[in-house]
Design a protein around this ligand. Structure first.
Ligand SMILES: Nc1nc2c(ncn2[C@@H]2O[C@H](COP(=O)(O)OP(=O)(O)OP(=O)(O)O)[C@@H](O)[C@H]2O)c(=O)[nH]1
Length: 646
């Protein structure tokens, strides 16, 4: 891990929120169903399971996190088949099934304007394209590129999960720059969030950093021709191709030009793109069929609780019409079914287990009835239902030919809520149904209250986050402020002490700033501060952070190890500001800065001592005539002659 010297406020609150939300990220129903079916198959192989699991960003994240947390000291796991081998087939199945049927169909929790289906489709296609690009560029193992690309946009899903309402509002406003709007609203954007999550899942920084720039590799500041720059271009190309395949609104001409430019940067002949894309699309179509991605609207057509059911979203929908799923033998004339229908219960009947699972996923019934004649292993089915998130809440009625105490005990202990005799009378059944209805009314109310509490908690976390960002940001220049600098210095200092990594600071002060204020007015001084901050920020590299310490003083925090390189950085900044021309009304303001450089050494017992060394160097620069760099080294101050540096 690099020294923590990011110029932006820390994402600590994002991490806390994500820890709470990670378990709730929804998965496409098709994946859950296919894994459930496979899980039931004793002959299922790792590859079959991996093939399915690899389509779902949330599940992949969970698998990698689990595999990596269980592998202390081992090389981090970066591909799904490897993660499955390390975790074990059984645990993977349990994990997939337990998190299936998540709240995406629950209107209280769904982010209304987020296109879940489009999201999953695009992630999958981008992952497949990046894998193919990996095969022809040899930049990284294709499976690693697939995994990383699949989850490169998971921050969007996280926003939809953590802030369903606020994120929906934000999407409705159709901002031209979504990431900028997210930063304003939440204090961080989906790319930063995705990168945080990918690191948390245990993916290496060498992949995570380039993936962070998949929407615009031009914004990354990797050295030209470096592996990082090429990987960022690869992810960008994968994203762009996936987007253009799925979005009709993008103009073909502009898309072809961009593809050409990106392919050229990757050193890839542009003629290779079409066959590669065809291959990815073919795989995507096959996969999508299994996962029911293209057809499955959300919530699935006919699902209770869909938009055409006005009662669905309201907690007070007392006695909402119950959906029941009955599994029983073919041809058996179930009197129960007719009885229930006369009670306005919508009964879906089926006869075998896979059909049952498919229907259960689609309709998520509140009541399940297992007929005494159903050709399934009842206890096993009950346990399977109970192992899912939805199945924990469902009411299971086991129909027995005779409710003797042995049969009843067995059914109840495997998860049934109640046992009734096959020849139950109307009155008794009605009494049971009243209990079931009461149970669901209470549950609906409880769930609504929980969703409300969660919404309030998320809103609080959000305003806390905004206050945190505000308190760490300088209002005039939008740079992180002194408080933020002190936090970053503290973190960098302890990391540097623990790992013996280098740590350096450059103190920067505008020369004769008072004169600018006095001569052009305070507003001009403010504009100078803003423009200087912008210029300094534009010039910093990865691993460096820039802060406004107060007044006309700035600090650059760096993990560079070589004092000569540091001086080059300081000189570059000095020259950039000296060349700056600030237009203020009819005036053009020119200015200069003085800089003091210091590097952590054995003589510094705290970062204050390091700052004080940089301060001494800064004052030496001022004394020496300003517009120059001085550095503190081996208890001495050395001056760089500006003219000697050009
Ligand atoms: N416009 C503006 N002025 C500020 C702000 N904060 C501090 N100042 C002014 O910055 C000036 C700093 O002046 P000095 O400390 O004398 O430094 P200087 O004129 O740059 O002189 P040297 O550092 O010695 O080159 C003071 O006049 C402050 O009032 C601000 O946010 N906006």
């Amino acid at each position: 891990m690099m020294l923590v010297v990011s110029g932006d406020p820390p994402l600590s609150t994002a991490r806390t929120l994500l820890d709470n939300a990670a378990e709730k990220l929804p998965s496409p129903n098709g994946v859950a169903l296919a894994i459930m079916e496979l899980w039931e198959d004793e002959h299922a192989t790792v590859n079959q399971l991996a093939h399915l699991a690899q389509t779902d960003p949330a599940l992949c994240g969970r698998l990698l996190k689990l595999a990596n947390s269980a592998s202390t000291g081992l090389r981090p796991v970066t591909s799904i088949p490897e993660a499955i081998v390390r975790i074990g087939l059984k645990t993977v199945g349990e994990l997939a099934v337990a998190f299936s049927l998540i709240d995406v169909n629950n209107y209280d929790e769904r982010c209304q304007s987020f296109d879940y289906l489009g999201f999953w489709s695009q992630c999958l296609l981008m992952a497949l394209i990046c894998r193919e690009l990996g095969r022809v560029t040899y930049l990284a193992p294709p499976e690693e590129l697939f995994t990383c690309a699949l989850m490169a946009r998971i921050g969007l899903l996280a926003f939809a999960t953590i802030y369903p309402q606020a994120f929906s509002d934000l999407l409705d406003a159709k901002p031209s720059d979504l990431a900028a709007a997210e930063r304003q609203r939440f204090g961080f954007d989906h790319n930063e969030l995705s990168a945080e999550m990918l690191e948390d899942f245990g993916l290496p920084e060498a992949l995570v950093e380039p993936a962070k720039f998949h929407e615009n590799s031009g914004k990354a500041d990797f050295a030209e021709h470096s592996r990082g720059a090429k990987l960022a271009t690869l992810f960008h190309l994968g994203h762009q191709l996936a987007e253009s395949c799925l979005e009709t609104s993008i103009s073909e001409a502009s898309q072809a030009n961009r593809t050409k430019t990106l392919a050229r940067r990757l050193g890839l002949p542009v003629e290779q793109i079409s066959p590669l894309l065809r291959q990815s699309l073919k795989q995507w179509q096959e996969w999508s069929k299994v996962l029911e991605l293209p057809e499955a609207p959300l919530p699935p057509a006919g699902t209770p609780g869909a938009a055409d059911d006005p009662d669905a979203a309201t907690p007070d929908s007392k006695s909402k019409k119950l959906q029941a799923l009955l599994i029983h033998a073919v041809g058996s004339d179930h009197a129960l079914q007719q009885l229930l229908e006369t009670r306005s219960i919508h009964v879906h009947a089926c006869h075998e287990q896979n059909e049952f699972l498919r229907l259960a996923l689609q309709i998520q019934p509140q009541l399940i009835m297992i007929g005494e004649d159903a050709a399934v292993e009842k206890d096993r089915l009950c346990r399977l239902i109970r192992s899912t998130e939805w199945g924990k809440k469902v009411y299971i009625m086991s129909i027995l030919d005779c409710c003797d105490s042995e049969q009843t005990t067995q059914a109840l202990s495997s998860g049934a809520d109640i046992c009734v005799r096959q020849d139950i009378g109307t009155q008794e059944l009605e009494a049971h149904l009243l209990v079931v209805q009461r149970f669901f009314d209470l549950q609906a109310k409880w769930e609504h209250d929980r969703a409300e509490l969660r919404r309030i908690a998320n809103e609080l976390a959000l305003s806390h986050r905004r206050m945190e960002v505000l308190s760490l940001t300088d209002q005039l220049t939008s740079l992180p402020n002194r408080r933020s600098a002190i936090e970053a210095l503290g973190q960098a200092w302890s990391m540097s002490e623990r790992t013996d990594q280098p740590m350096s600071v450059i103190m920067i002060d505008i020369d004769h700033f008072k004169h600018i204020n006095d001569h052009f007015g305070h507003a001009a001084g403010d504009q100078v501060l803003t423009d200087v901050a912008k210029a300094l920020k534009a010039d910093i590299r990865q691993g460096e952070g820039i802060y406004r310490m107060g007044g006309e003083e700035f600090l650059l925090l760096s993990s560079l190890s070589d004092i000569k390189q540091l001086i080059v950085v300081a000189e570059r900044l000095r020259r950039r500001i000296a060349a700056l021309r600030i237009d203020y009304g009819e005036h053009e303001i020119q200015l200069s800065i003085s800089l003091g450089v210091a590097q952590r050494g054995a003589e510094h017992d705290h970062f204050d001592a390091l700052l004080s060394a940089a301060d001494k160097a800064l004052y030496a620069a001022k004394d020496g005539g300003r517009n120059r760099v001085c550095f503190y080294h081996n208890d001495r101050i050395h001056t760089i002659n500006p003219s000697a540096q050009g």
